[in-house]
Design a protein around this ligand. Structure first.
Ligand SMILES: Nc1ncnc2c1ncn2[C@@H]1O[C@H](COP(=O)(O)OP(=O)(O)OP(=O)(O)O)[C@@H](O)[C@H]1O
Length: 304
């Protein structure tokens, strides 16, 4: 189990993280969300041992994670970290990058493992391509496969699918997260993308102003978001007097209701329309199956 105990950290006098506590069990998937600059990457770097801690401790099982003051080479064999920069070797191929740290004394095993991982990240067609000729998204996939090559016990992923197009993203996520579960590899994912979390994370923590403001399952935080910041991660929402936080998909347009609004704009959203309407001189957002004309008077109800 990973234990983060009372970690407080700042690059300068300003604290980026304050009194952070949480645990991650073997094989568990934890998502870290929070606004840009809220300290997600910093937290991953501390877990990896990239900086020395002045306050607090981090353990993986019984081993304390220590920073560069104590380790000549940053990092531990049981942990891998895929940064936003990838750190690949540009002049060797995809296959060579992935297999780079696998033992050459077991060539068959090395080949099998490399092929398996190339499949997980769906890069079969590029196995023999030099990394410098790959796109950003393809490099990101190589970085994930390389991190998995030596079967770490814990994997840290910083916005792991940010460079990958939507067409491939969903399949790749399923491949990678299912692979981690099947190998019982714990994983911590820092992300802005709810699709990296919903359906995959066992738990998620929300960072705001250097502190953890919520920690729960994605389902519980979705159903009961205590702050607008949490709701905003899941989708379009409103704060409505006497109702609190209400997602756009919790509002239905009905024939008869005391709640009345006037349509301002309809935005096409694919499977539905997002209707912006004026309610008591404020904008509210409603998910609806049809486009509505500007200035139409509507009545709505709110479901829980
Ligand atoms: N090496 C550094 N030196 C000084 N300040 C830093 C350094 N790295 C990050 N910071 C600052 O620490 C704060 C947290 O940054 P961090 O990168 O951890 O946020 P983040 O939540 O990962 O952001 P994003 O979602 O944009 O990647 C920011 O204010 C940032 O400017």
């Amino acid at each position: 189990m990973l234990q983060v105990k009372n970690v407080t950290f700042g690059y300068s006098k300003t604290k980026v993280l304050k009194a952070i506590y949480f645990n991650v069990k073997a094989g568990e998937n934890l998502a870290i969300i929070g606004e840009s600059g809220s300290g997600k990457s910093t937290l991953l770097k501390l877990i990896y041992g990239e900086y020395d801690l002045k306050q607090g401790q981090i353990f993986w099982k019984d081993e304390e994670i220590l920073g560069p003051k104590y380790n000549l080479v940053v990092g531990y064999d049981f942990m891998k970290y895929v940064t936003q920069e990838f750190d690949l070797m540009p002049v060797i191929t995809v296959e060579e990058n992935i297999g780079k740290h696998l033992s050459r004394f077991y060539p068959e095993e090395k080949q099998k493992r490399t092929e398996e991982l190339i499949k997980v990240v769906e890069l079969e067609a590029f196995a023999n391509t030099k990394v410098k000729f790959l796109s950003g998204g393809q490099k990101q996939r190589v970085a994930i496969a390389r991190a998995l090559a030596k079967e770490p016990e814990i994997l840290l992923l910083d916005e792991p699918f940010s460079h990958i197009d939507n067409f491939q993203k969903q399949g790749l996520r399923r491949n990678v997260f299912n692979y981690l579960k099947s190998k019982h590899i714990a994983c911590i994912v820092a992300t802005h993308d709810r699709n990296d979390v919903l359906g995959f994370a066992d738990e998620m923590i929300v960072l705001n102003e250097a502190e953890i403001i919520a920690k729960d399952t994605p389902q519980n935080l979705y159903k009961n978001p205590k702050q607008p910041l949490i709701a905003s991660f899941f989708g379009e929402f409103n704060v409505i007097e006497s109702y609190g936080i209400v997602y756009a998909n919790q509002i239905q347009i009905v024939d008869d209701s005391d709640l009345k609004a006037v349509v301002k704009t309809s935005y096409f959203n694919g499977s539905s329309w997002l209707i912006e309407a004026d309610y008591k001189s404020e904008s509210i957002f409603i998910e609806h199956n049809l486009e509505l004309k500007k200035d139409a008077e509507i009545q709505f109800s709110i479901s829980s």
